[in-house]
Ligand binder design. Structure first.
Ligand SMILES: [Zn+2]
Ligand SMILES: [Zn+2]
Length: 403
């Protein structure tokens, strides 16, 4: 079995990993676009023969999760190569991209391409000729994210995608790796936090407790977080209900949460906007609610746009929680500027990473006991050597044979 990291050995995001069996079956894990740097510059995108141009040379593409740095180039893939993604991931991605298409930011053909994505569920086994792929559900800031166990030529490779163990479902990640993966020959592991700041990382539960305190002290609260970071929204939702305040979203956010509500059997994700269900209630914003909001107090999920800026003015005496990556508040990128103009100077920063801490990476290494550990999704791949003596440091495009 051969591994080639087409991109992702020297950067966070833009991941494209290639696995080839000895019979020549080739699959791709993730087809991410480059993240812009803090000045808004994006490196030119990659072109790969048989993948984004020419005659199809890959049997399938597997997407770990719906973040753009893992899925963003799906519309560049030559049409005959099937793209597989988690069933729920696909629906969430479709809701988000449909909204963007209404603002002419996504083409109609792209929506059609998304509709054609093939899907899998937890623990399905997908056979692509002589390669077997098993998706293992993980905890990440995107809902329905997966690691992939890839088996061919009597070798096992685990590709972690993005994951963490400090979220609400964090403990389940290591248990699943133990139960469904075990020892592997090679581990391809994300290394985002090998360089990002080393300050103490809050668990999602600790963050929820912090939010509870803030909502207790402030009648009117606004929270800016990613509309698809469902675990974060669940934490904010629970903290709101503990304080008996109204949890308010606009139509788009409500539609997303309602979808989660219909598919999730877990008590972690109960969002209901039906009138009779008080303990999980989500209010769909309507202008006739303003009086009630003023009277009872509320927590509103917002995005950086004029529609929500109006509410900030209306309820001036508010607490504003900024719950996304702090880097958006400093860069000179145009998109970041929009966020910076929106977020009040006296915002409360309350966020925790969606990525595995070095300790979590170490635990996955211990459980899987690999012969080789290849770091990706990192700005300092050499740092993996601090966690393992099995490190294999590759460059983009370099081939590595799992022996
Ligand atoms: Zn990523
Ligand atoms: Zn991600």
């Amino acid at each position: 079995m051969q591994i080639k990291i087409n991109r992702g050995t020297n950067q966070i995001g833009g991941c494209i990993t290639e696995i080839e069996s000895s019979k020549g079956t080739k699959i791709i894990i993730d087809i991410g676009s480059n993240l812009p740097d803090s000045e808004g510059r994006k490196k030119p995108e990659i072109e790969l023969e048989g993948l984004t141009k020419g005659v199809p040379n890959y049997k399938a593409i597997f997407i770990t999760h719906y973040h753009g740095d893992h899925i963003g180039l799906y519309n560049k893939v030559v049409p005959d190569i099937p793209i597989y993604i988690g069933e729920v991931s696909k629906q969430i991605y479709k809701i988000v991209q449909t909204r963007l298409s209404k603002a002419n930011l996504v083409e109609r053909e792209d929506l059609e391409r998304i509709s054609k994505f093939r899907t899998f569920n937890i623990k399905d086994k997908i056979i692509i000729d002589d390669i077997k792929i098993t998706p293992i559900a993980v905890d990440h800031s995107a809902f329905d994210s997966y690691m992939f166990l890839i088996e061919a030529d009597r070798k096992k490779v685990l590709h972690t995608g993005d994951f963490r163990t400090h979220g609400q479902r964090g403990k389940a990640v290591l248990a699943a790796v133990k139960k469904y993966v075990g020892k592997v020959d090679c581990l391809i592991c994300e290394g985002t936090t090998l360089t990002r700041d080393k300050s103490k990382i809050l668990t999602e539960f600790e963050l929820q407790k912090e939010a509870e305190k803030i909502f207790n002290e402030n009648k009117y609260n606004f929270v800016l977080c990613s509309s698809t970071n469902i675990d974060r929204i669940a934490a904010i939702h629970k903290a709101t209900l503990k304080n008996h305040k109204m949890f308010i979203c606009d139509d788009y956010q409500c539609d997303l949460l309602e979808y989660i509500n219909t598919i999730s059997r877990s008590n972690l994700y109960k969002f209901n906007d039906a009138d009779n269900i008080k303990d999980t209630k989500v209010y769909r914003y309507a202008p006739n609610m303003l009086k009630k909001m003023e009277k009872y107090g509320f927590v509103m999920l917002v995005r950086a746009n004029a529609k929500f800026a109006k509410f900030l003015k209306m309820f001036e005496n508010n607490a504003f929680i900024y719950s996304e990556w702090h880097g958006y508040l400093t860069g000179t990128n145009e998109d970041y500027k929009r966020i910076q103009d929106f977020v009040p100077k006296d915002n409360i920063y309350l966020h925790t990473s969606g990525h595995a801490t070095p300790e979590a990476i170490k635990e996955v290494i211990n459980i899987t006991n690999p012969k080789y550990v290849i770091p990706i999704h990192t700005e300092d791949k050499e740092k993996i050597k601090e966690l393992t003596d099995k490190a294999v440091i590759l460059d983009d495009g370099e081939e590595f044979i799992v022996s």
